[in-house]
Design a protein around this ligand. Structure first.
Ligand code: ADP
Ligand code: MG
Length: 236
């Protein structure tokens, strides 16, 4: 199988009054269509790995390949949902949702509205991000990454701020999208339960510099679905 994403010997230090060695020779390969989760202590370097893959920062050493093409320091062909709030405050919710589509040149506002409703946020199309709760904004950012066409998704704790039932619903939604579109996902969570439920493979990282200390192939059969949908509740 082809590697969707390959990072090789990635090394990175944040320079400052005290240098922080976040990565010291990390290598990870994600196969096409694979769902891989990173688990590790806070501050171990997980988000930094994503920022490197997403081209927001350049590694001191090492290489990043997406579909076999070296992308160090450039915005590769990925859908990236960062850990921190990433909605643009001056755009409405709907305009935030179609932002990536605008860049890709095919805007589908109907689908954006439909999915907003699907996520329990019908009626918020024309609202601005600062009028929504953290969990609501997190759902908007999640839908935005589902709406973008890229086959490789990086999701940094996308469900961290959600209540448990909404989280189950979003988990199933993501799994269904992943199955139908054959996307490749690199996922970060602090929940071992979520990691086991979602992933094909779990990589457990040490504290910084982040090293893979354990790799777990999840033995359960797919499809895995909770079959709990909150759509009816949301759309009342
Ligand atoms: P995690 O996502 O695993 O919680 P991060 O990748 O956010 O960890 O951070 C890893 C380490 O790098 C932390 O010690 C953090 O303080 C530091 N760090 C992250 N981003 C920066 C930055 N832009 N400048 C300086 N230090 C940073
Ligand atoms: Mg993080």
């Amino acid at each position: 199988m082809t590697a969707k994403l390959r990072i090789e010997d990635l090394t990175h230090t944040f320079k400052g009054t005290q240098d922080i060695d976040v990565l010291d020779g990390l290598s990870i390969t994600i196969r096409d269509g694979e769902f891989v989760t990173l688990l590790g202590p806070s501050g171990s370097g997980k988000s930094t790995i994503f920022n490197l893959i997403g081209g927001l920062i350049e590694p001191d050493q090492g290489d990043i390949f997406i579909d076999g093409k070296r992308v160090n320091g450039t915005r590769g062909n990925i859908s990236y949902l960062p850990q921190q709030d990433s909605l643009l405050p001056w755009r409405t919710i709907e305009d935030n949702l179609v932002l990536v589509q605008e860049i890709n040149g095919s805007v589908d506002r109907k689908r954006a509205r439909k999915w907003l409703k699907r996520a329990g946020l019908g009626g918020y199309e024309d609202s601005y991000p600062n009028t929504l709760s953290g969990g609501m904004r997190q759902r908007v950012a999640f839908i935005r990454s589902l709406l973008s066409p890229q086959q490789l998704m990086l999701l940094d704790e996308p469900f961290g701020a959600l209540d448990e039932l909404t989280r189950l619903d979003m988990q199933d939604w993501l799994l269904k999208m992943w199955e139908t579109d054959r996307r490749s996902v690199l996922f970060i969570t602090h929940s071992i339960e979520e990691a086991i439920y979602m992933s094909d493979r779990i990589l457990i990282l040490s504290d910084k510099p982040a090293k893979i200390i354990k790799e777990i192939q999840v033995p359960f059969e797919r499809p895995r679905h909770h079959d709990i949908t909150l759509e009816d509740t949301f759309t009342k």
